[in-house]
Design a binder for this molecule. Structure first.
Ligand code: ATP
Ligand code: MG
Length: 366
């Protein structure tokens, strides 16, 4: 970022992307003449709602105050005029009914007036957008959806170029923007972003994390205990280590096996439900069904399965065409690995996390 790069943070689900970027925003603001906003655009239904969120965040950091306040007023007035109905068509180019003011004639112009103001100022702004693909998926299902999605991505790219000197961008999300644009064949609209990755802890980091967690919670863990937790978790996400630790703390006995069992009780399976829910949001119906079939199958094969076994799982449907299913399997295996569900080793695909595999078996196993 110090080299003026704009970042696409790509990492599996639940690894800590949002936490990291929130922290990054804080750190960025510790230098004078720097401001940062972090906006989660999940649940935003159209361009107007997206714009409102962006402007509100800019307002909270007090940037270009007057211009932002005027922009918000224009957007809100327009929204009220819609009377609860969603925006239909025109997207960013929608006329806000203020034709007399060239800066406010369309939604795009209102937003750009704010960016121009930032450009003329002396503050560097970091804009982190979380869950953009979730918003784009919603938008895609609206009227003229695909065109509007492409228009937003185009526009964001233009902003990155035009205001390069004053505005830095970070994109992240539980659904990868990389997966999304590949699906929609829009890769070229984000190919200026520098990809940064984040993975789960290394074994040493996981150990240090548990040590610190134990010490700050009056339950210092022995080396052997920490080793066992890390080994059993299999894939040391901070989130999973945290869950196991708190389960252990709440038990009378100090049994790690029991802590894992307790974590996988039916009433606690909701800790992991995001992994299932995101599949439904992210994929088309047939792809989501295929993903679930693959995961269900693998949840009962701790040692993993070869690709041809997975192919036969997907071929089980009577109408299956082998070439199409081959293509689908290749595509889905890439996404499932990227998103942190599976890993491949020696030609076998298996769940990356023991906890996730057990969750899947208990939730969906047959
Ligand atoms: N370095 C860390 N130390 C302690 N806890 C962490 C750390 N990173 C993340 N967490 C915890 O792990 C959980 C998941 O983190 P976060 O929501 O940031 O992940 P994410 O990658 O954004 O997830 P998603 O893919 O669902 O959006 C949170 O409860 C967070 O507090
Ligand atoms: Mg997140």
């Amino acid at each position: 970022m110090e080299n003026q790069a704009n970042i696409l943070l790509v990492a599996p689900r639940r690894v800590g992307k949002s936490s990291l970027v929130i922290r990054l925003c804080k750190q960025w603001q510790s230098s004078p003449k720097r401001k940062a906003i972090f906006l989660n655009v999940e649940g935003r239904g159209d361009e107007i709602a997206f714009a409102e969120k962006l402007l509100e965040e800019l307002e909270t950091v007090g940037l270009t105050a007057e211009t932002v306040t005027r922009a918000i007023a224009a957007v809100r007035k327009f929204r009220q005029g819609l009377g609860g109905a969603g925006l239909n068509v025109a997207g960013l180019e929608i006329s806000l009914g203020e034709a007399a003011d060239p800066n406010h004639s369309t939604l795009r112009k209102v937003l750009e007036s704010v960016f121009r103001k930032i450009k003329d100022g002396d503050t560097q702004v970091l804009i982190a957008i979380d869950e953009l693909p979730e918003f784009l998926l919603t938008l895609r299902n609206a009227e003229q959806g695909p065109d509007r999605v492409a228009a937003i991505l185009h526009w964001l790219r233009e902003l990155r170029q035009t205001f390069r000197k004053k505005v830095r961008w970070v994109f992240l999300g539980s659904i990868g923007l990389d997966n999304f644009v590949e699906d929609q064949k829009l890769q070229k609209l984000i190919n200026d972003l520098q990809v940064a990755t984040l993975d789960a802890f290394s074994t040493e980091e996981a150990d240090a994390f548990l040590k610190a967690l134990g010490e700050s919670n009056e339950l210092p863990l022995e080396t052997a205990e920490r080793d066992e937790i890390v080994r059993r978790v299999g894939w040391p996400l901070a989130y999973h280590l945290h869950l196991v630790f708190h389960e252990l703390r709440d038990l009378e006995t100090r049994s790690i096996v029991q802590a894992f069992n307790s974590l996988l009780q039916p009433q606690k399976l909701s800790y992991f439900d995001t992994w299932r829910e995101r599949i439904d949001v992210q994929f088309s119906l047939p792809d989501a069904a295929a993903c679930k079939a693959i995961l269900r199958h693998l949840s009962t094969h701790a040692e993993g399965r070869e690709r041809e076994h997975l192919l036969s799982v997907l071929m089980a449907k009577p109408s299956s065409d082998v070439e199409q299913v081959e293509e689908q399997l290749s595509r889905l295996l890439i996404v499932l690995q990227r998103d942190g569900y599976l890993h491949e080793s020696g030609g076998r695909y298996a769940f990356r996390s023991f906890l996730l595999r057990e969750y899947w078996r208990r939730r969906h196993g047959r």
